[in-house]
Design a protein around this ligand. Structure first.
Ligand code: SF4
Ligand code: SF4
Length: 188
């Protein structure tokens, strides 16, 4: 197959490459010197010592809300797994032995490797039982299994014991994790 012809002929300096390399280096060094002389041009967040403050509406890791009596607010209505476009929510429902009219999630797992953080689950929930207001963006693990967030994990995420929560709020005492298991939103 014939190679396409170049649009224009290269000049001597372009075809020799050396001069172009020197011109490129000069351009790069110009930017380096400009940045060194004007440090304000650097907008670096010295992660992990400093963490970026996320916007209050940022959708972070999910958490499950609990009632004052300690039970999860979720009534296993299945709205969130139905609406989830990634099909990453897996709930096993059971009847509450103390109140047969009520259901609760025996297990409630979210596969964070599949979640696309659309927030539909939060929107769909009639009980305000699931929220994505933690602003935790460090969602990682050493294996796939640990990327499945369980009910226990999501209920206790903001109790101040989880390193993710400690990291997320270390620099902001105003939004510290204390009381996060309550109904109170995490940020003002
Ligand atoms: S944020 Fe979206 S993709 Fe993730 S669990 Fe909720 S509904 Fe599913
Ligand atoms: S929509 Fe809310 S109440 Fe219904 S299953 Fe999901 S978290 Fe539970």
């Amino acid at each position: 197959m014939a190679l396409p012809k170049p649009d224009k002929k290269l000049t001597f300096s372009e075809s020799s490459y050396l001069i172009e390399v020197v011109k490129g280096m000069a351009l790069t060094m110009g930017h380096v010197i400009k940045n060194i002389l004007d440090q304000d041009r650097f907008r670096c967040v010295e992660y992990p010592d400093v963490r970026k403050e996320m916007a209050p509406r940022y959708r972070g890791a999910h958490r499950l809300m609990v009632r004052p009596d300690g039970k999860v607010k979720c009534v296993a209505c299945m709205c969130c797994p139905t609406v989830c476009p990634a099909k990453c929510i897996n709930i096993v429902a059971a009847e509450d032995p103390n109140d047969p009219a009520e259901k609760f999630p025996l297990s409630f797992d979210i596969d964070m490797l599949r979640c696309i953080f659309c927030g539909f689950c939060v929107e769909a929930c009639p009980k305000d039982a699931i929220r994505m207001d933690t602003r935790i963006y460090e969602i990682n693990a050493y294996n796939r299994q640990d990327m499945i967030h369980s009910k226990t994990y999501m209920v206790n995420l903001m109790d101040g014991q989880k390193p993710e929560a400690r990291h997320a709020y270390r620099d902001s005492s105003a939004s510290a994790p204390a009381g996060y298991s309550s109904d109170e939103p995490p940020v003002a």
